[in-house]
Design a protein around this ligand. Structure first.
Ligand code: DP6
Length: 376
């Protein structure tokens, strides 16, 4: 460079969280820019239990771009990864054009090496692409000294990744512009706003084969009249309502709406042609269990939500965790294979009253839930 001496090597490491939508994103109006047909709202999960860690390095001595996912080399040419890389470099170029404060800029022409890993098994079926792309974009941005709004870039990796750029309660606004400049994530409330909120991921046993989100939502957009109705008429009202429940820390309102929205998302999957089935018998069993538990207590104490797979994510408050975990343990007696049944944050002991057992634990299915991950 004629401007300043360039560094020969730079390396950064970042982490990023998983997020779970309570108003679901399903359907794009632009496949290339990843612009959604409706806004969505999610809860970002704590990184102690679920996170992606990515190290990105750029060097004068690298001869090609390379990528490793959980220790295995993977295709660096993936179009979405390339889109993120291109966008971060574009922002870096723009920033450098504006000021010369960076004494030793990293050459944008150096090849890069990226290594990324999750602290949770892929079998957990948790949207690892959201944490993965959020982490990739954070690492690249730090590497090139880019700051500011980056959800727009992460969105180019996976729609839901834009929401993992922020903590707490996050809204992804669909935006109106065709270029997507207003399709961004915003924090609705920080994590400190509702410290009692807890999350239980019920990892179910069984097959992993399913339709991916990208292909599934495309077929839904093409064929489901219910999805169109949802995006136009249902989601706008639900978003406003959900934000109010969060603002007021109204768990019953929050939980009921989260369950309804998950159910409507899966209804649009059934309305897709050919239909898509993400829920299985066990998912439905868990849904029924949650409703029996709430009915027994006479109020909404637990709420389920499901994404593009059969694992249940349960929202509840700290004072209900021990009792509900015991209900799950009795309903799905764990196989005595030495595996830890409850993982993550500690769960206290609870003994279930006789009436609760009789009313809620109806037909136990041994071994059906592999383990529970407790997080917040
Ligand atoms: C069901 O973000 O994985 O989890 O944008 O095509 O990469 P692409 O899809 P992705 O979709 C997530 C869908 C969902 C709902 C949600 O997280 O809002």
């Amino acid at each position: 460079s004629a401007m300043a001496e360039e560094r020969a090597l730079a390396m950064v490491t970042c982490t990023a969280p998983v997020n779970i939508a309570v108003i679901k994103y399903w359907g794009k109006r632009d496949n290339d820019l990843i612009l959604p047909i409706n806004s969505s709202l999610s809860v970002t999960l704590h990184q102690d239990q679920l996170k992606t860690t990515t190290t990105a390095a750029a060097s004068r001595d690298f001869t090609e771009d390379r990528l490793w996912l959980n220790g295995e080399e993977a295709d660096v040419g993936h179009p979405r990864l390339q889109a993120c890389l291109r966008e971060v470099r574009r922002l870096a170029r723009k920033r450098r054009g504006g000021s010369a404060e960076d004494a030793a800029p990293l050459s944008l022409s150096y090849k890069i090496h990226i290594a990324t890993e999750n602290n949770f098994p892929t079998a957990a079926g948790l949207a690892s692409s959201a944490a993965g792309y959020a982490c990739l974009v954070s690492a690249l941005a730090r590497l090139y000294g880019v700051e500011g709004e980056l959800s727009e870039v992460a969105r180019r990796g996976a729609g839901s990744a834009g929401r993992s750029m922020l903590g707490g309660f996050v809204q992804w606004q669909r935006g109106e512009r065709p270029d997507g400049r207003d399709s961004l994530a915003h924090q609705v409330a920080p994590e400190t706003h509702w410290p009692e909120l807890r999350v239980l991921v019920l990892v179910v046993s069984g097959e992993k084969k399913q339709v991916g989100s990208t292909a599934g939502m495309q077929t839904s957009v093409d064929t489901s009249p219910l999805l169109k109705h949802r995006a136009e008429a249902v989601v706008p009202e639900r978003l406003a309502l959900m934000m109010r429940h969060i603002r007021e820390r109204d768990f019953e309102g929050f939980g009921q709406l989260a369950m309804r929205d998950s159910n409507q998302f899966h209804a649009t999957c059934l309305d897709t042609f050919p239909p898509i089935f993400y829920l299985n018998d066990l998912s439905r069993h868990i849904i029924a269990l949650a409703h029996r538990f709430n009915a027994h207590h006479g109020r909404t104490k637990v709420a389920y939500t499901f994404d593009a797979g059969p694992n249940a994510v349960i929202f509840t408050l700290a004072d209900t965790v021990a009792e509900f975990v015991e209900v799950v343990r009795c309903s799905f007696p764990p196989a005595a294979n030495g595996d830890q049944f409850v993982r993550g944050l500690p769960v206290g002991a609870a003994s279930l009253p006789e009436e609760l057992l009789a009313a809620v634990v109806t037909e136990p299915v041994p071994g059906a839930v592999r383990y529970i991950l407790h997080t917040k």
